[in-house]
Design a binder for this molecule. Structure first.
Ligand code: SAM
Length: 498
């Protein structure tokens, strides 16, 4: 089978069945329509004969194609024997159709990969496969690529992809981890992950069935990634999204248990949903999830009220297409009943990263950042934790003795009325990574502008004090907190790179 998967891969590549090839054949608007689950433009664009059009209709658009056309592109006997395609009985003979979706997916270094998922799910999500049952296995979604983007990609010995689904995270991990373990509660998912890895030319992973950390209960890893079934729903209907543990318990358990499964220095990345409960601070709720010995960085990217949230997931499952409107209303009610019972007013969505530091006073940063960011953020995430390590070793005196450089992507914006002589305030803005912006006073702006690593922070403050006619002792006293914040948020970097 491995050789046969290799031959199939070669055939797909020879026909230019790649992310770039697809864009070229379909054109930008039909390609973008696919991402919105609309297949009509792509069907029109693939009417003409040709190897690539044949593969797109077969593996992405779930259309039968004539046997001859398929055999001109694929090692068809092997593909039939291995079950990638079957003969189509309904087509009056002479046709084949795919049994799975195969979606070309470009890796971070331009690799040509393929994600294998259930029929109808590569571009349509679960709604494209509605009626297919609770064990449906989806292809790549926005959450999948977000998680892949925030993952720290330093070379490691071992990685765990918990809830692997189509295997996309395991595929990314295989590029920088010597050993990859992929688990899933759904045994069908493990079969899809195996096909994704084989067809993408990646090494095999250690595939294990089971819930949460059960299948790896005695092991530890350098990297853990999980895009879990985080949806807070009224009941377990779809394994890929409904954790079935009630509220946000599944995400909490994952995060809490990850501490014991991480090696020293290891990272764990999760996508998660969390409840905003009446009378409770959402940040405190999350803080209580962070396991001992771990630093954490938690970013809330979005908050939806319970009606928006219920509608999102009703649509995701295709429930909005139900012709029985009473049934739809009953399903909608069930979501609202569930939230009412749990005193949940809204649901937060975001990223949770843990880093096992063993620090006595772990750094736990929990913030709201709904603004656009520049993916991939893995290096930004790694640097965040490195800066926390640096800051915890520096008291104010040590900070003032250190040298800093302005991060390369930081620009200054002067904000004020048009024509005014002086700005009302100055904003430092990062044009990369988290794309943060922060308001600074005249001292902060002057300080940041001079930071090229030549002078110590204290010497720069002395010079600013002299220029502004301030008392240097007072300035040295009141500024370290602001410097700390600029370092924490990545505007300034210690001159010896962390
Ligand atoms: C949202 S999908 C993520 C798939 C894939 N990792 C990705 O990033 O696109 C969640 C996966 O978790 C699996 N899953 C559901 N409940 C689980 C559990 N209790 N333990 C482990 N995996 C579970 C589902 O079968 C599904 O494949």
């Amino acid at each position: 089978m491995p050789d046969r998967a290799g031959r199939l891969r070669d055939a797909l590549l020879a026909a230019d069945f790649t992310a770039d090839g697809l864009l070229e054949l379909l054109g930008a608007s039909a390609y973008a329509a696919l991402a919105r689950s609309e297949t009509v433009p792509a069907l029109r664009a693939t009417r003409a004969d040709g190897p690539l059009a044949t593969l797109v209709r077969l593996f992405l658009l779930q259309r039968p194609v004539p046997y001859e056309r398929a055999s001109a592109v694929l090692p068809l006997d092997e593909a039939l024997a291995d079950g990638w395609v079957v003969e189509d009985d309904d087509g009056g003979g002479g046709q084949v159709r795919a049994t799975v979706d195969v979606r070309p997916y470009g890796g971070p270094e331009g690799q040509d990969w393929f994600i294998v998922s259930d029929l109808g799910c590569a571009v349509g999500g679960a709604a494209g496969a509605s009626g297919r049952g609770e064990g449906v296995v989806l292809g790549v979604g926005g959450a999948s690529t977000t998680l892949a983007g925030i993952t720290v990609r330093t070379p490691v010995a071992s990685a765990l992809d918990l809830g692997t689904g189509s295997g996309i995270q395991a595929l990314h991990a295989a590029q920088h981890a010597t050993r990859v373990t992929a688990t899933d509660l759904n045994p069908r998912a493990l079969e899809f992950a195996r096909l994704t890895l084989a067809l993408s030319g990646a090494p095999e992973a250690d595939l294990r069935t089971g819930s949460l950390f059960e299948p790896v209960a005695s092991e530890t890893y350098d990297l853990i990634v999980s895009n879990p079934p985080f949806v807070i729903s009224p009941g377990a209907r779809l394994t890929y999204r409904d954790g079935g543990m009630g509220g946000d318990d599944l995400c909490r358990s994952l995060v809490q248990q990850a501490g014991e499964r991480l090696n020293e220095g290891g990272f764990a990345h999760f996508l998660a949903n969390w409840q905003h409960v009446e009378g409770e601070d959402w940040q405190e709720r999350l803080r209580s999830w962070v396991p001992r010995g771990c630093d954490a960085w938690i970013v809330q990217r979005e908050v939806q009220d319970v009606t928006q949230y219920a509608e999102l997931w009703l649509r995701d499952a295709g429930d909005h297409l139900l012709s029985d409107r009473e049934e739809y209303a009953a399903r909608y009610e069930a979501w609202l009943d569930e939230f009412e019972a749990r005193k949940t007013r809204a649901v937060g969505f975001g990223w949770i990263t843990l880093r096992k530091s063993g620090a006595e006073e772990p750094s736990v940063v929990i913030e709201e950042w709904p603004h656009p960011v520049e993916q991939p953020l893995g290096e930004t995430v790694r640097a965040h934790f490195a800066r926390q390590d640096y800051l915890r070793t520096r008291d104010d005196a040590a900070l003032l003795a250190d040298h800093f450089v302005l991060a390369p992507e930081v620009m200054q914006e002067q904000v004020g009325l048009p024509g005014a002589e002086d700005p009302e305030h100055v904003v430092l803005r990062q044009n990369r990574g988290m794309r943060r912006a922060t308001k600074v006073d005249a001292v902060g702006a002057g300080f940041a502008g001079v930071c090229d690593g030549t002078l110590s922070a204290g010497r720069i403050l002395d010079a600013i004090a002299q220029l502004m006619g301030e008392d240097p002792v007072l300035l040295r006293d009141r500024t370290p907190q602001a410097i700390r914040l600029l370092v924490e948020e990545g505007f300034l970097e210690p001159a010896t790179r962390v």
